[in-house]
Design a protein around this ligand. Structure first.
Ligand code: HEM
Length: 160
């Protein structure tokens, strides 16, 4: 008998949805603010900054388009990094503290999820670094929010 193939969940669903991303960013920015290398970059951040980043990550990983609806999407995201003069050392540390936080709050640790998760963080943080350099200008028509999917498929339910 032919069985219907079920679609794998989105990375957003696999991670635990909105609540998981909110927990991730809330814990992350508490650590960031106390960090000597990257804390000063965020000294003036809005109280809702962790919420904005949670919306952003959720949307990238296949969740609701909350960042686009509430904050203006990819163009706004890029603009927030213009002229921040980030260093490679700060970028790499930002990623490593975020991954440390992912472990702490118990985001899925399976190889397939983490491969996709790290891949976006590497890409996104390198874009942030690049656009943060002095003199970078952006056009009006930036692409929509990036969308990340599985790189290696998660284990499928093979029950007939
Ligand atoms: C995948 C990588 C990244 C993502 C998804 C991301 C996401 C965001 C988001 C959503 C905002 C807030 C935009 C808003 O107000 O709507 C933001 C702002 C900001 N980001 Fe990033 N970011 C990334 C990488 C980085 C890195 C590597 C650094 C520094 C090491 C950085 C530094 C900042 C700073 C300083 C702000 C402004 C904070 C303020 O409002 O004062 N970002 N980022």
């Amino acid at each position: 008998m032919e069985t219907e193939k079920t679609l794998p969940p989105t990375l957003y669903e696999w991670a635990g949805g909105e609540e998981a991303f909110k927990r991730l960013t809330t814990t992350f920015y508490t650590k960031v603010l106390a960090d000597p290398l990257i804390g000063p970059l965020f000294a003036g951040m809005a109280e809702d900054h962790p919420q904005y980043v949670a919306w952003c990550l959720s949307e990238v990983f296949g969740g609701p388009k909350s960042y686009t609806e509430h904050r203006g999407g990819h163009r706004h995201l890029i603009m927030q990094h213009l002229n921040r003069h980030l260093s490679e050392q700060q970028r790499a540390h930002w990623v490593s503290v975020l991954l440390e936080t992912a472990d702490e709050i118990g985001l899925p640790a399976d190889p397939e999820f983490r491969a996709a998760f790290v891949s976006y963080l590497e890409w996104g943080s390198r874009i942030a670094l690049a656009v943060s350099q002095p003199g970078v200008e952006i056009g009006e028509d930036l692409d929509p929010m990036p969308h990340w999917d599985w790189i290696v498929q998660p284990p499928q339910d093979t029950t007939p």
